[in-house]
Design a protein around this ligand. Structure first.
Ligand code: SF4
Ligand code: SF4
Length: 475
């Protein structure tokens, strides 16, 4: 059965609640397809395959090390490459090149191969289209919970099992469903990628004036006899977000009219122009904020005192139960605070609490990214030497028993606070831009902006406070 093409209605800006509001769409910057080198790379038949090969080789090494290498995390190259290098660097790439990681991700490649060999290409089930993001939200929370209860990061075997589970999901999805169903609707990492990629400084869109006269039967979406169409179910003609675009360049190669543009844009600007905000995406943004909070809290030296306090308060000694209490509270705080701000704003801006929750959750993505990157800076700079020592040990060097910091604690803290400051500024500016775009009257803008700015202030202070406390190494 052919995949239905997303309609223009799916991507149009919904009616605004104020006649004077700004309905303009996101302006494009410089079209990088006019840069000969970029155009040559994007049109090359070797792209993105030439990047997939080394990534797949490193993935194989990581998987082998996790499952068959040293049992201690400090000596395992797989653990160091995965959790000390790849995971901290990944969010930074989203801001620069959007979801490009997904174009070279080995899971996507596995899905493509399975599909080619044994795929039955069934359409994406309706419930996945409808609830896929909630499934991703649940996975994200479940994996973080499992990490702390079963020690996935500290256990090479645990990380290996996580990779095996993901691989199994990818194989099943590739065998049964069309295109990259797993990447679009099921991958927890894809959920993170899609949220963060909205902040990227490049965006792929079609020139709709060219598309309006196109007779190529949506070649960008469907493909041609020699070129596959969009694997992520995007129709560039109506696409208004980079959330699901991996910059794989299939559409560029398939379009006979050279209508696809790769434009530069202001970081985060997509967040200001979102036409159809989704509650589940805003929920994910808040859940990630909660996850960063709990990740920070569990690395603090006061964590053991907090566990003891919860144990005394609820009278249960089981660690999974105690951690679950702390986890639920930490994740609930940002979600509840956003709901409260949305409720206050809804009282005066003529939109529902749910719509305010959905719309302004995106405004906190810059702070989300900043808190995530700042947290990971600790792993990268305080534990980064493990990448060198564990990889060197594969070539015969003597293993080390503990990480040596690549920067002093004060340098790491300064960088963390700088990144947080950028995130706070980005979120504050985004709140202001969304308000100004949606609401025409100054009073409505003010009554909408104030509660979300207060929320941003509370979350910022909470993050800064946690980063100021001494952290312990996880590895
Ligand atoms: S991007 Fe190209 S193939 Fe797709 S609708 Fe526009 S002109 Fe047609
Ligand atoms: S829109 Fe184009 S570049 Fe983006 S995922 Fe689809 S085919 Fe690839």
């Amino acid at each position: 059965m052919p995949t239905p093409i997303p309609t223009r209605r799916d991507a149009t800006v919904e009616p605004v609640s104020d006649n004077e509001a700004d309905l303009s769409s996101q302006p494009g910057g410089r079209d990088l397809m006019k840069v000969p080198l970029v155009a040559k790379i994007m049109r090359s038949r070797w792209y993105p395959g030439i990047l997939q090969v080394p990534v797949a080789a490193i993935f194989g090494l990581v998987a082998y090390q996790l499952l068959a290498g040293p049992a201690t995390a400090q000596r395992n190259a797989g653990t160091a490459l995965m959790w000390v290098l790849w995971w901290p660097v990944l969010p930074i790439t989203f801001v620069v090149v959007g979801r490009l990681w997904c174009a070279v991700c080995p899971f996507g490649a596995i899905s493509d191969v399975v599909q080619k060999w044994v795929g039955v290409n069934r359409p994406v089930p309706r419930f996945l289209k409808r609830y896929g993001l909630w499934i991703i939200d649940a996975q994200f929370l479940a994996i973080t919970w499992s990490d702390h209860v079963w020690g996935i990061v500290e256990s090479p075997w645990g990380s290996g099992v996580l990779l095996l589970l993901l691989t199994t999901g990818v194989i099943i999805s590739g065998a049964f469903f069309q295109k990259r169903t797993f990447c679009r609707y099921l991958c927890f990492l894809g959920g993170l990628c899609s949220n963060y990629s909205r902040s990227s400084v490049v965006g792929l869109r079609a020139d709709t004036s060219i598309c309006a006269t196109c007779t190529a039967k949506a070649a960008c979406f469907n493909g041609t006899p020699t070129q596959a169409g969009c694997p992520m179910f995007n129709f560039p003609r109506t696409m208004d977000t980079s959330a699901n675009c991996t910059l794989c360049s299939n559409c560029i190669k398939a379009c006979p009219n050279d209508a696809i543009q790769l434009t530069t844009r202001k970081p985060m600007s997509e967040l200001w122009f979102l036409g159809k905000p989704k509650v589940e995406e805003s929920f994910l943004a808040m859940a990630i904020m909660g996850i960063v909070l709990i990740q920070n809290i569990t690395m603090l030296t006061v964590w053991q005192d907090l566990l003891s306090w919860i144990e005394r308060t609820i009278g249960i000694t089981s660690y999974p139960v105690i951690f679950t209490v702390a986890f639920v509270v930490a994740v609930s705080i940002p979600v509840a605070l956003l709901a409260l701000a949305a409720r206050i704003a809804a009282a005066s801006n003529l939109e529902t609490t749910l719509m305010n929750f959905a719309r302004f959750g995106y405004a906190l993505i810059p702070l989300d990214i900043a808190a995530h990157v700042a947290h990971n800076l600790f792993h990268l700079l305080a534990e980064g030497s493990l990448v060198f020592s564990t990889v060197a040990s594969l070539f015969g060097a003597a293993p080390v028993s503990a990480a040596t910091a690549l920067a002093s604690p004060s340098t790491i803290l300064s960088l963390q606070l700088l990144v947080l400051a950028l995130g706070v500024a980005g979120s504050a500016y985004t709140i202001r831009r969304i308000s100004h775009r949606r609401y025409g009257s100054a009073a409505r803008r003010r009554s909408t902006t104030v509660p979300f700015m207060v929320l941003l202030g509370v979350l910022s202070v909470l993050n800064v406070y946690l980063f100021l406390l001494p952290m312990a190494h996880r590895m």
